[in-house]
Design a protein around this ligand. Structure first.
Ligand SMILES: Nc1nc2c(c(=O)[nH]1)N[C@H]1C(S)=C(S)[C@@H](COP(=O)(O)OP(=O)(O)OC[C@H]3O[C@@H](n4cnc5c(N)ncnc54)[C@H](O)[C@@H]3O)O[C@H]1N2
Ligand code: MOO
Length: 465
């Protein structure tokens, strides 16, 4: 390893190397969480026709102008208009039709009187409800007494009142959440063009690893990283494939990665990046004699305008380069590998094996890259300021940005900032405290000790929900 990289330099290098994935057309529900790449125009207005916002009676305004409970307007009921109907009675002077919420306003009608403002056709006092159609198959014909006047268009939802025909329903760049998917369905879209979720292959390395559910032999531990990182990739919006643990053998690891590249937009490994004799990821992915996995050439990328016969879409999205192993000025997460592998230059993150180190590294570098692949912004989680709550001062290594685990309490009424309390120590093997934390506490490089009352940056993390 040569120089030490800062957290910001490494992140910038990662982000420089990843390009958003090419757009694809997806069915609405498959596009949840994805970014639209083009404006969606509305072909038919929303609502598509004038319709009632209440169960009641479609009337002409003049007919009920003087209506009161003591002196009701008596109207002839000429039929029912149910939601979904195409056949509608015409409302003439002195006439009304029963109309249901969402049903079209019949021709001639100008407003809707809610059923509660009428006798419901019973000849008695104010009604709570309408007689069910099954109980009154005549279509509610007869008379209705209206107790209150209505103004023109009252309880009528205008055609195009939500979105006009030809208007933009959603702009390019919109992230599709439940409400946006609902809108697209309402305007009749079945599919949308979005940036897809990246497919992320997650594998861990280490001959000591056994899968959960298997008993531990001497010196063995359960593989937790591939589970945590797969879950983290899913939480970031990716489609994650957990390959599991690969033994400490460079050739096996290269073969496994090569096999996985066909279904990967990114690869995440954990372990084997330090300086030990069995640090197999380093061995497998560095010093590749000018080639990277998949056999692509590691020659310098072409300058724009230089000759290439390959059509644009067949060129690599970003210059292919080998996986480089670096030392970062951070704790945990000091040793990191990153590069582009395979003929298509797929980003590969070789994260350190300690469970907290791999998780924090994922948060700081992989999650932003996955968001960049999806076209999401901002790529990094927002930070908040918080006041430290702790009994004893906490030391922090000079020249390193430290990420302590903590529990964050947002500001209460009248408070400017919230508080954060460290959970567990700084050790990068402390999974128990990581699981109780909901935030990372950022101790800057120049700070060697923090104490109660200090104001620090805090990164709130995803909860368990
Ligand atoms: N002489 C030095 N030793 C170490 C240095 C150093 O600079 N000089 N750096 C330390 C730091 S910092 C880290 S972080 C680790 C990184 O080591 P590796 O990436 O090579 O990871 P491993 O050696 O494979 O494992 C470290 C640790 O984590 C456990 N582990 C690994 N994979 C998993 C998994 N999938 N699930 C659960 N636990 C896992 C593994 O058993 C080890 O205990 O190196 C330090 N050493
Ligand atoms: O930097 Mo290592 O990632 O402390 O544990």
């Amino acid at each position: 390893m040569s120089r030490t990289w800062s957290v910001d330099e490494h992140l910038a290098d990662v982000l420089r190397s990843v390009r958003p994935l090419d757009p694809i057309e997806l069915h609405l529900l498959d596009a949840q969480g994805c970014v639209l790449v083009e404006d969606v125009l509305v072909a038919t207005p929303l609502p598509p026709f004038d319709n009632s916002s209440m169960d009641g009676y479609a009337v002409r305004v003049a007919d009920v102008e003087k209506a009161s409970e003591a002196d009701p307007a008596v109207l002839e009921v000429v039929g029912d208009v149910a939601a979904g109907t195409g056949r509608m009675p015409k409302i003439g002077p002195g006439q009304a039709a029963r109309v249901m919420t969402g049903a079209p306003l019949p021709p001639g009608a100008e407003a809707v009187v809610p059923v509660e403002w009428t006798d419901g056709g019973t000849g008695g006092g104010p009604a709570d409800t309408m007689a069910a159609h099954s109980a009154d198959p005549s279509g509610g014909t007869g008379e209705v007494r209206v107790h209150r006047p209505v103004t023109a268009r009252q309880y009528v939802r205008d055609k195009g009142g939500d979105i006009r025909a030809g208007a933009v329903a959603l702009e390019a760049g919109t992230v599709l959440g439940p409400a946006q998917i609902g809108l697209l369905a309402a305007v009749g879209c079945e599919t949308v063009t979005v940036r897809p979720r990246p497919r992320v292959v997650v594998l861990s390395t280490g001959s000591e690893l056994v899968r959960p559910g298997s008993p531990l032999g001497p010196g063995q531990i359960h593989d937790s990283n591939s589970y945590a990182l797969t879950a983290a990739a899913r939480a970031a919006g990716a489609i994650a494939y957990r390959v599991g643990a690969v033994a400490d053998d460079a050739e096996t690891l290269r073969t496994v990665i090569e096999d996985q590249l066909v279904r990967a937009d990114a690869v995440v490994t954990s372990g084997g990046v330090s300086v030990g004799a069995y640090d197999v990821v380093k061995e497998a992915l560095s010093d590749l004699d000018g080639t990277v996995l998949g056999g692509a050439d590691l020659t310098e990328p072409e300058e724009p305008g230089e000759s290439s016969d390959a059509p644009e879409h067949e060129k690599p999205a970003a210059p292919v380069r080998s996986v480089e192993f670096r030392r970062l000025a951070m704790q945990p997460g000091k040793p990191q590998g990153f590069g582009l592998v395979g003929p298509e230059g797929i980003p590969l993150f070789a994260l350190p094996g300690n469970p907290v180190s791999s998780y924090v590294s994922f948060e700081l570098f992989v999650r932003p890259a996955l968001r960049a692949l999806m076209g999401l912004a901002p790529v990094s989680r927002p930070t908040v300021r918080a006041r430290l709550e702790c009994e004893e001062p906490i030391g922090s290594p000079a020249g390193k940005r430290q990420f302590l685990r903590g529990r964050y309490e947002p500001p209460g009424e009248g408070e400017r900032i919230g508080t954060v309390r460290p959970v567990g120590g700084a050790g990068s093997h402390l999974l128990g405290s990581l699981a109780r934390a909901d935030a990372l506490i950022v101790v800057p490089e120049r700070t060697t000790e923090v104490a109660r009352g200090d104001e620090l940056d805090v990164v709130p993390l995803d909860g368990a929900d």
